[in-house]
Design a protein around this ligand. Structure first.
Ligand code: NAP
Length: 277
């Protein structure tokens, strides 16, 4: 049996790239470890966590749709950024049976911005987030912690945007018709555009040329939303970079070391989703 075992937990989970990313790092580091994917069933998260408290074989897990909010609620200790986001994508199972919840999605978002839009400063102007699910919550919390002066949430179901604004508080606001003219960053945190469909229906031409446009959707990599933004000369950031960047602090938390340098996990992931590097 391997010494250290981690996993990604979701429902469904078959298309996760996390085992590929962590597995490549584990192999390159020569660790006696593995990283698997687990689907505990739609109602199965609570039982799964209790099993791990009772001496399961996992040191921790990443958590994905639809469990991020429930994972936070089940933890004994919660990081500030997870509490602000109201969602956790990382659970660590301690030897004493307690569970720590954290959220690295925001670090992934900001890391992707730094990598693909060098010089991006979240403090420079308002952020507009399209969507009000778990991903939007994580993004809003990260941008607030990074000093964004205003974070506007726009969502088909307005009440969900209101709920994020109420939970996080100022400077997060819920709006139906965002003012894009002074937007610093515009983020698609809806599932629109997945598998090649149309992205959010907003007029990117109204954004200033300095705005950065990000899409959390990464199948396809160049979503319709990002293509529209690039066509207008706006800088773009893709969701795959965010996925890889959120995995870095997770790997460190599971295995006690940084991912080894020199492993091109982006190229591996691009191949896995049928994109050219
Ligand atoms: P979620 O909780 O299910 O939220 C989905 C969001 O999309 C909601 O705001 C929903 O609006 C909106 N939406 C869905 N269909 C829509 C439609 N036809 N028209 C308008 N809005 C629609 O999902 P999530 O966890 O927040 O994830 C959102 C997306 O981000 C997913 O594609 C996910 O794969 C991606 N993601 C990527 C990363 C990354 O690392 N790149 C990390 C996390 C998530 P309503 O509230 O009105 O239903």
């Amino acid at each position: 049996m391997t010494a250290l075992r981690a996993a990604v937990v979701g429902h469904p989970i078959t298309h996760s790239l996390s085992p590929l990313i962590h597995g490549a790092w584990i192999a390159a580091a020569g660790l006696d470890a593995d990283y698997v994917q687990i689907d505990p069933g739609f109602d199965g998260l609570a039982v799964f966590i209790e099993d791990q408290r009772g001496g399961g074989d996992l040191c921790g897990v990443n958590v994905t749709i639809p469990f991020k909010e429930a994972a936070l609620a089940a933890a004994d200790e919660v990081s500030d950024r997870a509490r602000l986001a109201g969602a956790a994508n990382l659970l660590l199972f301690r030897a004493d049976g307690t569970v720590l919840a954290d959220n690295t999605d925001g670090l992934g978002l900001l890391g992707a911005m730094a990598a693909q839009a060098p010089g991006f400063d979240p403090r420079a102007g308002p952020a507009v987030i399209l969507g009000a699910g778990g991903a939007a919550r994580g993004a809003a919390a990260a941008l607030v912690l990074a000093g964004a002066p205003e974070v506007c949430i726009v969502n088909r179901t307005h009440e969900r945007a209101e709920a994020i604004a109420a939970d996080i508080g100022s400077p997060v606001i819920a709006v139906d018709d965002p003012r894009l003219a002074d937007a610093n960053v515009i983020i698609n945190a809806t599932s629109l555009g997945l598998n090649g469909g149309a992205g959010p229906d907003i007029d990117l031409a109204a954004a200033p040329k300095s705005a950065v446009v990000m899409d959390m959707v990464y199948r396809p990599l160049r979503t319709e939303f990002l293509q529209r933004a690039a066509g207008l000369g706006l800088r773009t950031v893709d969701g795959l970079e965010m996925l890889i960047r959120q995995a870095v602090p997770s790997f460190e938390a599971f295995f006690g070391q940084a991912p080894p340098a020199g492993v091109d996990v982006r190229a591996l992931a691009l191949k896995a989703i049928g994109e050219c590097a």
